[in-house]
Write a protein that binds this ligand. Structure first.
Ligand code: DLL
Length: 433
């Protein structure tokens, strides 16, 4: 463990620490940021009333709209002279959200990412190739400073340019690569289609540090078997800090949340009520050490579950289940709730499909229409039409029984669905345009 004192802290002691830090953080936001102060005053909440962890329920939520409404620096709680870095998440509508870091925050960011890397078994002897985008996105710099803090040899290549990624893996002896799971699959495709001479199994690459978008267990299997590496999940969001909010360990049995910096709750996304531990719902974050931009009860929209059963690795930190969807990613099609992750699971179970797909939702007259385009492998595509037809029908049947509605399945040739070097665009909802 990178920091055993906190990662293996007895649960009671951790709760005491969290309470003490929460009191500080809530007061810090209230006293040093006019937006928080007004919001809490309007809601009749005073930080003096915050005495036990149970009192969290009374603290108002922070939403993405609050962040957008305070663009760019309105949620900072320290003078700008104390802010040493900003990141921003682009957002598809409205203003981007901007997050700031003091020197202390940058230090915490590096620490939590270093812990994740150590949890995957990395040491100072590793060569970590950072293929997340560098820039305002938190992925590149986040992994970069974490890897340096660990003492690993850090390769800041950023995203894209697959040929160069392969060259550096070979020449620098890269042992771990950090990128989105969809880009990892792009690399696998690229090798198979364009560089059959490149034997990735003969390189030193042993693990992928994959996150920034939802990915299923089936996708993990695909990545591990095609590239001969271990695929580990890393999770985080800019509003809370960036990557490193939680990570898997080598057990791959849920993600350990760095609770000494982030307090987590699960709520019912419709009512906002806190759910008992173990139930699935929306995860809400409170930063308890962040100075520049305190996020108090931030509604992430990510759907997961928390559990405390001890992990074989010895960490006592609460675990969250792999995030497979967001409450705002949920598509409502003809009144039925559909998560892209359900579609992905059906596709990945079918023989001959590739993990590249796009979901297109449209409205014809009054009716919603859903089409799923999925690539099938080369061999299948060159087969007789009736083989393809059979596959299409099998997926359609399975889709109907899993989703409860019918979806049109279109099988397409390999490499026809646009690839991304960062987060994949899985859903095109034409109803909103
Ligand atoms: O994606 C931070 C990050 C960078 C995480 C690199 C991991 C690796 P944002 O751009 O603010 O930050 O997007 C945050 O992405 O609320 C989730 O919906 C989704 N997300 C991030 N990691 C995972 C993951 C970065 N491992 C949003 N599994 C979050 C599922 C993830 N979803």
């Amino acid at each position: 463990m990178f920091n055993k004192e906190f990662e293996a802290m007895p649960v009671n002691k951790m709760k005491e620490l969290q309470l003490e830090r929460l009191k500080w953080s809530i007061r810090h936001a209230y006293e040093n940021n006019p937006f928080y102060r007004k919001k809490y005053d309007d809601a009749g909440f005073n930080p003096d009333q915050f005495k036990t962890l149970d009192d969290m329920r009374r603290v108002p939520f922070l939403t993405k709209q609050d962040m957008r409404g305070n663009y760019p620096f309105g949620l900072f709680a320290v003078p700008l002279s104390k802010v040493v870095r900003v990141h921003s998440s682009s957002g598809t509508t409205g203003n981007a959200t901007v997050v700031g870091y003091t020197k202390g925050d940058v230090e915490v960011f590096a620490e939590v990412v270093a812990r994740c890397l150590a949890a995957y078994g990395a040491t100072e002897n590793d060569v970590i190739q950072v293929a997340y985008g560098y820039g305002l996105f938190t992925g590149g710099l986040g992994l970069h400073y974490g890897a340096e803090k660990l003492g690993a040899l850090t390769v800041p290549i950023s995203g894209g340019n697959t040929e160069r990624q392969l060259m550096l893996i070979k020449d620098f002896g890269t042992t771990m690569i950090a990128c989105t799971p969809s880009y990892m699959l792009n690399i696998a495709d690229y090798i198979e289609k364009k560089r059959p001479d490149y034997d990735i199994r003969k390189t030193k690459l042993k693990a992928g540090i994959l996150g920034a978008e939802p990915w299923s267990e089936a996708m993990r299997g695909e990545i591990e078997s095609r590239l001969g590496i271990q695929a580990y999940d890393i999770y985080g969001l800019s509003e809370v800090i960036g990557p490193g909010v939680s990570c898997e360990c080598q057990e791959k049995a849920g993600l350990h949340v760095h609770e000494d910096h982030f307090y987590v709750e699960i709520i019912d996304p419709d009512t906002g009520e806190v759910l008992p531990e173990g139930e699935k719902g929306e995860i809400v974050y409170t930063t308890i050490t962040k100075e520049a931009f305190p996020g108090i009860r931030y509604r992430s929209r990510d759907i997961t579950r928390l559990y405390r059963e001890p992990c074989k690795c010895g960490r006592t930190l609460v675990r969250m289940e792999k995030v497979t969807g967001r409450s705002d990613d949920m598509l409502i099609i003809r009144g039925v709730n559909v998560f892209p992750s359900q579609i992905e699971t059906v596709l990945m179970e079918a023989e001959g499909t590739e993990p590249h797909y796009q979901i297109i939702v449209d409205r014809k007259g009054a009716l919603d229409d859903i089409e799923v385009k999925v690539e099938v492998n080369e061999k299948l595509f060159s087969d007789e039409l009736k083989v393809l037809d059979g596959l299409k029908r099998r997926i359609e049947d399975r889709m109907r029984s899993v989703l409860g509605i019918s979806a049109k399945i279109t099988l397409v040739e390999p490499l026809t669905i646009a690839r991304s070097e960062g987060k994949a665009v899985r859903v095109v909802d034409k109803r909103k345009i």
